[in-house]
Design a binder for this molecule. Structure first.
Ligand SMILES: [Cu+2]
Length: 161
């Protein structure tokens, strides 16, 4: 095996196997707690949908979610919802999402979300799809995001199957 530069190892992807029962998904990668990740089912034959997660940064330095990739989508953006002329609009966050030291950012409907555009295949409810999160400081992380028909304002329900 040839020697690779240190950055190669730092950027090595960490493969994470999520607990398959219910969707109490939660992983800890170098002090980044990533939890409650899910993808909204597509509506009809729409080729885009959104995804959500919670990222808690327990480290003493700021972190930034820079970009995402996945085999399910040819184009993934990080969006926020903003009000422009009294209309709720989606805003493409070109600089990613800042997760300050010792704080938490919650992606949820009506707020931060992952925009999966140009889906490459229909998403199946309860299936899990690999999504790679790329951070500024930490290694990239692969999570398996389940497609769930969650009710936005209700308390969490557990799906057993
Ligand atoms: Cu969006």
């Amino acid at each position: 095996m040839r020697l690779k530069p240190l950055s190669f190892f730092i950027n090595l992807l960490i493969f994470v196997t999520c607990i398959s029962s219910s969707y109490a998904n939660s992983i800890n990668v170098n002090g980044l707690l990533i939890s409650d990740f899910w993808i909204k089912p597509t509506i009809g034959n729409h080729t885009m949908t959104s995804g959500y997660l919670t990222i808690e940064n327990t480290n003493n330095i700021d972190e930034r979610l820079v970009s995402l990739t996945s085999e399910i989508s040819k184009k993934i953006q990080l969006h926020d919802m903003v009000v422009q002329n009294d209309i709720m609009m989606m805003k493409n966050l070109l600089d990613g999402v800042l997760i300050k030291a010792n704080s938490k950012v919650i992606f949820r409907p009506g707020s931060y979300h992952i925009m999966f555009m140009k889906l490459t295949k229909p998403l199946i409810v309860m299936n899990k799809y690999k999504v790679t999160l790329r951070f500024k400081n930490s290694s990239s992380v692969i999570i398996k995001m389940p497609v769930l028909s969650k009710k936005y304002n209700k308390t969490k329900k557990h799906h057993h199957h």
